[in-house]
Design a protein around this ligand. Structure first.
Ligand SMILES: [Zn+2]
Length: 458
């Protein structure tokens, strides 16, 4: 079935590029950034950063004058001398941002996550959004999406709404009409919603599917249980976003959807940061500079070594996201990838530093231990550690009650990992979600403290 709308959808990208020089510039930036050799690539990024820091400095938005340092010969390494912007630092900067852009119609106000109850606020200029949009299309092409390909998404917003705010202006409304994206899910979808989603997907062979990892996983479990999997090759592509993707989840989702599942890594502050190509490399968008630093010493790490990830956004000229600490762990290295693209890739993405919590003894444990435990108990569908006291934990899980001896095994194993804490295995119908609808591996429900996931968890 092909009507005027379908034709326009296919033509949307060429039309946008032809009508909007900023959008076209974003696409050119992507092509250039993914084709250059490392040295030229670094020069390209640093020349833009140099201009950006100069402009931020003139507006008094940088705590330390750094632009002159960036003028040196070895400029990419000069970036390591610049201060790190933490979430706390961004909160301190916010009043200055609000003074500058609060009444500026060309700037959009954004709030990140809020899963901690302490969201960060920042601004983005609309002009740069269009530039970023052109570059993001390149990133979608890495994921296997092509203009005109329908997208069906399962994620934690209201069903039917693909953006938080309604589109504004003729360009915005037109873009929204042509978007060809259908949103399903909501924060805690009921089974019917998954079947509605699948019916829509089945009606569009060759479409793309995307969603929160935990929602795709639940959908995959339903499909496998009811023998309603999609034939291999039915989908053009599928990708998981917003939550970490673990091996057991990837296998389940691929089995049910009949397609290689890619990763889309990003955040509210920095949209599409890195995506998987067909060759399995997690390509970093040339819009960003990503570095890994040592968590303790804060020193930059050599290529391939895992540390806390810092991101520098070259397409946000309103908020200085320069060496902004995301709260995630990973390693960065240069790759001339088998897919034909060149650039920096995330050689590793190991999860959120945010998932760390502290035991009575002072030992820090990553919330990802829950995933390790899951690997031992295939009967469990999804699992969450809930701390109900200083040394008391519940391992809540879905997938039906475990046999008593298996439940005891789960309790003993978890207790050993948590230095002898008292652990109870509790079967539940639904696990608690973060305020933004994500399944988080660890949360606290201690008397006297509000429900709170670990710090910085998005
Ligand atoms: Zn690649």
């Amino acid at each position: 079935m092909s009507g005027p709308k379908q034709l326009l959808q296919r033509l949307q990208v060429p039309l946008l590029t032809a009508c909007d020089p900023l959008y076209a510039a974003g696409r050119r930036w992507f092509r250039l950034g993914t084709s250059l050799h490392q040295e030229q690539h670094e020069q390209l990024l640093m020349s833009r950063l140099s201009g950006l820091t100069r402009s931020f400095e003139s507006r008094g938005l940088l705590r330390e004058p750094v632009w002159r340092q960036l003028g040196g010969a070895d400029r990419f390494s000069a970036l390591a001398e610049m201060p790190v912007l933490t979430r706390e630092g961004l909160r301190e900067l916010y009043p200055a941002l609000a003074r500058l852009y609060g009444t500026d119609p060309a700037a959009d106000h954004h709030v990140s996550g809020g899963a901690t109850g302490e969201p960060v606020q920042f601004y983005y200029s609309r002009r740069q959004r269009r530039l970023a949009g052109g570059c993001a299309l390149g990133m979608y092409s890495i994921l296997g999406w092509r203009p005109g390909m329908p997208r069906f998404s399962l994620w934690g917003r209201e069903p039917g709404r693909s953006t938080i705010r309604p589109p504004r202006g003729v360009r915005g409304r037109m873009g929204s009409w042509l978007k060809h994206t259908q949103v399903f899910g909501g924060y805690a979808p009921l089974e019917d919603e998954y079947w509605r989603f699948l019916d829509a997907v089945r009606a569009q062979p060759g479409c793309a599917v995307l969603g929160f990892t935990s929602l795709l996983e639940r959908c995959a479990l339903l499909m496998l249980e009811r023998d309603r999997t999609l034939p291999p090759g039915f989908l053009s592509t599928a990708w998981a976003c917003s939550e970490m993707l673990h091996r057991h989840q990837k296998e389940r989702i691929e089995e049910a959807f009949g397609v290689q599942l890619r990763r889309h890594y990003g955040s509210r502050e920095c949209t599409t940061l890195a995506v998987d190509c067909a060759a399995g490399s997690l390509h970093i968008s040339p819009r960003y500079i990503v570095q890994a630093i040592d968590l303790e010493t804060r020193a930059p790490l050599p290529a391939g070594q895992t540390g806390s990830l810092l991101v520098t956004d070259l397409f946000n000229d309103a908020t200085p996201f320069i060496r902004y600490e995301l709260g995630d762990f990973g390693a960065v290295e240069w790759r001339d990838c088998a897919c034909g693209l060149r650039g920096f890739c995330l050689a590793e993405l190991t999860g959120r530093t945010a998932g760390l919590f502290t035991l009575e003894s002072g030992t820090q444990v990553t919330a990802l231990f829950v995933v390790g435990v899951l690997d031992y108990f295939p009967q469990i569908h999804q699992c969450q550690a809930v701390r109900t006291g200083a040394t008391r934990f519940e391992m809540r899980y879905t997938g039906g009650p475990l046999a008593p001896e298996t439940a005891r095994e789960l309790e003993t194993m978890t207790s050993r990992l948590l230095e002898g804490a008292q652990v109870r295995a509790v079967p539940v119908e639904e696990l608690g979600l973060s305020p933004t609808g994500k399944l988080i591996p660890y949360r606290e429900e201690m008397p006297g403290s509000p429900l709170r996931p670990p710090d910085n968890h998005r």
